[in-house]
Design a protein around this ligand. Sequence first.
Ligand code: GLU
Length: 493
Amino acid sequence: MTVRTRVAPSPTGDPHLGTAYMALFNCAFAKKHGGQFVLRIEDTDQTRSTPESEQVILDALHWMGLKWDEGPDIGGTCGPYRQSERLDHYAARAAELVEHGHAFHCFCSTDRLADLRRTQQSAGETPRYDGHCIGMDEGDKTRRIASGEAHVIRLRVPDDGECTFEDGLRGAITIPWQQVDMQVLVKSDGFPTYHLAVVVDDHMMDITHVLRGEEWISSVPKHVLLYQYFGWDMPSHYHLPLLRNTDQTKMSKRRNPTSINYYRHCGYLPEVLVNYLALMGWSMPDEREIFRFDEMVEAFDVDRMSTSAPVFDTEKLNWLNGQYIRDMSSSAFMDRIAEWAVNRERLAELVPLIQERTERFIDLLPQVDYLLGERAEVSQASFVHKSLDEADCLRILDHSLRTLDRVRVWQHDDIFAELKSLAEAMDVKFRDFLFPLFVAVSGREVSLPLFDSIGFLGSDLTRTRIRTAIDALGGLSKKESRRLELAFQELDR
Ligand code: GLU
């Protein structure tokens, strides 16, 4: 058997550290066994997927040096590798399931489903579809489909008993069928959900081992059923624990930098991120902490993978980065600095901002210090303004953070449009509105154009700076944050 693994990111935002973590382990596993590692794009959520996000994810994984053998950019024998280009496969499989009575059409309205959920929740039950549309009269069904009535296709799930499956890291796991929902497999827009697409693709792409995040454990019974219904062998599954913060909470972009590009921008070395992420889920037989990817592959053994919650500690990451940097030759060090920021690609982003403002090259650095390096520290005093008080600044910063969460493609025009409409909804003069943001982002009242700066810094660095500015203003208690959240929701936008 040729070992084949895959990583399957959804292109719905920044390239997440978690994607790199999964890619790393799948890639190491395949390489260790002389197999192949596939990259598949799971873009079935049409409302959230963007080609820009796909591109930045591929770029970020390339930067980390994780090479795939097949993928949307390089092709391969099992393509296409983008789910939106494989719709015929899912439709054919869904039709087959319906024909054999393993799936059924469901016409329930969102109102009915919401009522059902409420009733179940108030009775203390796990919300679950009640099977209302199972066994619908065939003629009735055909007529409703022909008339164009909105519907989905759902999975048939056994009424009782339990599902036991093997996890390569955790052993046997048992989940009662009562806890498994009659999952939607095909949405009303005709697109498959993750559950149908992942099973069809893992099978058609000959994937033998699936290493993925533990958040998918509760979905395995649905996948077990699909493999059974199709009569296919199921790949071996290994569910890796999710990355955590030092306080054990889950890493999430609302609270922490999770984008690979943040770490790249801050000057962490790709091989250090690889080394550190490897340490999150695995250890070298000799417990050595510093090792390269090739050494990892050589020594790799799933038995040394751990299921205890890995803590992503930036202090430790800084230490590791420092170790690698001090270990370099001065010539390698020079090359790496050039690769980091003084390369043509990076400079090309800065040129439109700085060329017209430059008379002598010596004027350059003070202009870009907060873009290439850390910004000046901010304190309460930095936010003194003639018409805004501290509460106003806090409100603007809080609401800007929430608004930036909604920006799907991180570029000047989208960021500008979102923040401009926020300022209007908050009824704050745009000039005033921009003041706390200028300070938060650049550490100054006047800087290079704000939206270009935000675009250049990227979402995580921008958000981190806004969060530290909020802290400098005394921070927000849970209660205050909740109050601001409600106020934000009530804005007329
Ligand atoms: N598209 C899923 C995700 O981004 C992949 C999960 C899997 O590996 O099966 O989390």
